[in-house]
Design a binder for this molecule. Structure first.
Ligand code: NAD
Length: 499
């Protein structure tokens, strides 16, 4: 493997010119504390979805280089787990401080490679950083327990130990927070990690690695590998020394990775797709509820696993809600996310635009009514203006599929039971929303919703202390909160006999 010194490695581009600290822009993988190119000399371009401009290149690593990352993690593991929890905590706290201190550069990188508005990127950097601080603290509290003995003269109990090397495969829609939510928990638990970010948004991951190195994370403990996703994932899944695999992405790829990991019986954490319902009760003010629904649907241009796709409105306020929704949706500004004041950036690539259009065409062909934003369309291959469909049915793609775009559907219902049945009519079970002030209705519907997350009268529900995850085909496991660190720990039972 060839390693380049930091000063020689990075070719300056329009991206690094925009940064206060250009050394945060890395175009190499990061293995065993070294910036590393692909041994086969292959590269892949990364483009700005707003302009199509090439931002930089990433190496396509060979399988042997992925294995070298596992070798490095294995060699570093003993030293990292031997640190006291408060020593690991200090390093994570330093990483947190550096992420905060470089937040504007991190937000710029994110908007350039992902497209989301600079305001959303700034928010994600803070959100992502919050996991690092939270797990820096939580790592000091991975308590075991003592167990009243069922045998004479024996002491029983359990301790928690780091599971071993953890691999994490992450998506492009939240390029920083989906990494820190996993990485901080694993590092705090005492595990070395290998991150495979999305090829669309690698530079956020590499900037995090650069800051991790500055914070004092030892060589081999945090590695970032890059390449052809199926090839890299195949090596990671088949590798017996990797004991945990944490994936955030589509259900389709999650199922594939689960199958590939079966032969090595890894601990799996799967944060997969969603198709969130948003239920509005008859007692709600239609304008207030519509504004909340617009906020819950269109953030990150609808490319959010929490996006409120299926909006269920009580028939008594349906028409007023639709009118208010259109007004609120039309107020959203669309454009290049780097411009201040833009709400929605482009979609990630042209395929996403095609998919959004196919969902609209399918619905309209089957009798739905299309409502468009009153703002003029933004020119550019990857831009798609927010729309909403009414008169939808369950046969339409807008109901059945995770749209992952600024396309929503609104459906009226008449009883709580009907709302519950409609909301649960999906193979997904990640997020759900309920808006009503009726306490009995809240309790009844909240309990009946088959989702891992239920947000009542709020569009914001996530955060570092929260157990985040889905049921059904939305995944396995919970990230964040005290449950998040358990994903990277084994419970070891002990029996001390003859006491
Ligand atoms: P994706 O499944 O296409 O990709 C996710 C990761 O898997 C990327 O790193 C990608 O390079 C890799 N990958 C892609 N194809 C692969 C293959 N054949 N073999 C191995 N690896 C492969 O998902 P995406 O398009 O990046 O992200 C969107 C999806 O992520 C949506 O379904 C969304 O709901 C989901 N998501 C879920 C959460 C959550 O917390 N549950 C959060 C964000 C996104």
């Amino acid at each position: 493997m060839t390693a380049f010194s930091a000063t020689l490695s990075d070719r300056s581009t329009a991206l690094s010119d925009r940064l206060q600290d250009p050394r945060l822009f890395r175009q190499y993988a990061y293995i065993n504390g070294k910036w590393t190119h692909g041994e086969g000399g292959r590269e892949e371009a990364v483009t700005n979805p707003a302009t199509g401009d090439v931002l930089g290149h990433i190496p396509v690593l060979e399988d042997t280089q992925i294995t070298a990352a596992v070798d490095a993690a294995e060699a570093a593991f003993a030293g990292w787990r031997a640190l006291r929890a408060d020593e690991r905590s200090d390093i994570l706290q330093a990483w947190y401080d550096l992420i905060r201190a470089n937040s504007e550069d991190l937000a710029t990188i994110m908007t350039l490679e992902q497209g989301k508005s600079i305001g959303d990127s700034r928010g994600e950097v803070q959100y992502g950083a919050s996991f690092v601080r939270w797990f820096a603290e939580e790592g000091k509290r991975t308590y075991g327990n003592t167990i009243p003995s069922h045998m004479p003269n024996a002491a029983l109990g359990s301790i928690k130990e780091p599971i071993g090397i953890a691999a994490m495969i992450t998506p492009w829609n939240f390029p920083l927070a989906m990494i820190t939510r996993k990485a901080a928990a694993a590092l705090a638990a005492g595990c070395p990690i290998i991150i495979k970010p999305s090829n669309e948004t690698p530079f956020s991951a590499l900037a995090l690695a650069e800051l991790g190195e500055r914070a004092g994370i030892p060589a081999g403990i945090l590695n970032v590998v890059l390449g052809e996703p199926p090839a890299v994932s195949k090596v990671l899944c088949a590798e017996p020394r990797i004991r945990a695999l944490s994936f955030t992405g589509s259900t389709r790829v999650g199922e594939l990775l689960m199958a590939q990991s079966a032969s090595t019986v890894k601990r799996l954490s799967m944060e997969l797709g969603g198709n969130a319902p948003f239920i509005v009760g008859p007692d709600m003010d239609p304008t207030e509820a519509a504004e909340a629904a617009v906020a819950a649907k269109y953030q990150t241009s609808g490319q959010d696993c929490l996006a409120a796709n299926r909006i269920l409105v009580h028939e008594s306020i349906h028409d007023a809600f639709v009118e208010a929704f259109k007004v609120s949706m039309s107020a959203l500004t669309v454009g290049n996310g780097l411009q201040e004041g833009i709400d929605l950036g482009p979609l990630i690539h042209a395929n996403a635009v095609e998919k959004a259009q196919s969902i609209v065409d399918d619905a309209v062909a089957m009798g739905a009514t299309l409502h468009q934003s009153s703002q003029p369309p933004v020119a550019g291959e990857n831009f798609f203006m927010p729309v909403v469909l009414t008169n939808i049915t369950r046969e339409m793609k807008v109901w059945r599929e995770e749209s992952f775009s600024p396309v929503a559907g609104i459906l009226p219902y008449s009883t709580d039971e009907e709302a519950i049945e409609l909301a649960n009519d999906t193979e997904y079970g990640l997020a759900s929303y309920l808006f009503t002030h009726d306490l009995r209705r809240i309790w009844k519907i909240m309990r009946a919703l088959e989702f891992g997350l239920v947000s009542v009268n709020s569009v914001k529900m996530t955060g570092a202390p929260v157990p985040f995850g889905g049921v059904k085909e939305s995944g396995l496991g919970r990230e964040g909160g005290s449950t998040g660190i358990d994903e990277y720990m084994e419970t070891k039972f002990f029996c001390l006999g003859g006491m």
